[in-house]
Unconditional design. Structure first.
Length: 395
């Protein structure tokens, strides 16, 4: 065993998932830890038979180690540079950025072999969120390496980890710029323009993962009355208007989200009276819309962030989908989503199926949706497929 790092030894039989390259070691799988270990430390993971399994960051909690290398390599600047370079190269191969789109995900945690690290790119400004202390300790190195790789096009890197780090971590993170500054940026997505506030917006400022689903919605919008629930930046509403919607109404409980939605509508469709925005509770708003809309988007915030909230979350998804099935106009289209990682694709589909059955409507699945290719999912880590969506035809 290597004595340069503390070793984590697994119980017999608990090494199978990591041998299949799953990057998480759960606390219950650990037999012993040889030596002192602090949150964020790099540890080496071994089987009970002394086989090397991986290098990862240690943290307190259910997921005790997040593995970032299944090879016993030397950890230096070149190692991290190669990881980031590979991720950036993939986005370039996918065609990002381009003349129509300059907002995309640059680093997607486990999907890029960097568990605990998310970086989104907004027209020259990057917003970073770390979900593990180990990645948080590397934030300044990552900012410097990104500048080196991307060059002068990268003008700012903002660290927004204050609310994403584990609450048990004995550190006091403060959001702030690691490079340059760019409080509010204007981005282009499929030729449409959006205002993004990386500092105070939800997540990193914009739901980039819905880009292709917004495009699909555009193709269904012509001549329809569209209702965009939990609208946040109004992305689906903007696409619906470009697609020729007869009307588009946006609803969110947050006044600042409604303001952002109205700003984005004005940026793309000034003086367009087809759009209206409402500050209201989603469940309440859906009570009295009988037959008014024939294209509805349900994209609520994650009802479940942890397994212990799963039963309540499933009830939430069932309730809101049932209400929508009951209210949507015959021949209507429903785009319904869950971004809760702990709800599987199968469980989400079953929940929506139950809602349809309760409503008594005849419902057909037209599309099954996920996130776009700049949010790659490791084939060994299916939990990375957090966004689930269904496009449904309601008779």
């Amino acid at each position: 065993m290597d004595h340069g790092f503390t070793s984590v030894i697994l119980k017999s039989g608990k090494d199978q998932s990591v041998k299949r390259y799953h990057p998480w070691i759960f606390s219950g799988a650990i037999k012993k830890i040889t030596g002192p270990v602090n949150e964020g430390d790099v540890v080496k993971v071994y089987s009970n038979k002394n086989e090397f399994l991986g290098l990862g960051h240690y943290q307190k909690g259910s997921i005790a180690v997040r593995i970032f290398s299944f090879q016993d390599v030397e950890l230096n600047g070149d190692f991290w540079r190669a990881k980031l370079k590979k991720a950036v190269s993939l986005r370039q191969e996918l065609g990002f950025p381009n003349n129509d789109t300059n907002v995309f995900r640059l680093i997607n945690a486990e999907g890029d072999g960097l568990p605990g690290l998310i970086i989104d790119y907004y027209n020259g400004s990057a917003v970073m969120q770390t979900h593990s202390v180990g990645m948080y300790f590397l934030r300044e190195k990552f900012a410097a390496v990104l500048k080196e790789i991307i060059g002068e096009k990268l003008v700012a890197v903002y660290d927004k980890s204050e609310k994403t780090l584990p609450y048990k971590a004995a550190i006091e993170p403060k959001d702030g710029y690691l490079l340059g500054s760019a409080k509010q940026v204007q981005v282009k997505e499929n030729g449409l323009v959006f205002k993004v506030d990386g500092e105070s917006g939800q997540k990193t400022g914009f739901f980039i993962d819905q880009r292709e689903n917004r495009s699909l919605l555009e193709t269904y919008s012509a001549g329809r009355d569209v209702l965009n629930m939990f609208c946040y930046t109004g992305g689906f509403s903007v696409y619906a208007l470009r697609g020729g919607a007869r009307s588009a109404h946006s609803v969110d409980s947050s006044e600042s989200a409604i303001q952002l939605t109205n700003d984005n509508i004005t940026l793309n469709f000034p003086d367009d009276n087809r759009h209206k925005a409402f500050t209201a509770d989603g469940f309440e708003f859906l009570k009295n819309i009988q037959g008014k809309y024939d294209l509805i988007i349900l994209d609520p915030p994650a009802f479940a962030k942890h397994r212990d909230t799963l039963p309540r979350a499933i009830q939430g998804y069932k309730r809101i989908n049932t209400r929508t099935f009951e209210q949507i106009k015959p021949g209507g289209i429903l785009f319904t989503f869950s971004c809760s990682q702990v709800i599987s694709k199968k469980r989400f589909r079953e929940t929506v199926f139950t809602a349809a059955a309760i409503s008594g409507r005849n419902v057909k699945i037209l599309h099954q949706l996920s996130h776009p290719p700049d949010h790659p999912v490791s084939i060994y880590h299916p939990e990375g497929e957090y966004l689930k969506g269904l496009v449904l035809y309601v008779e």
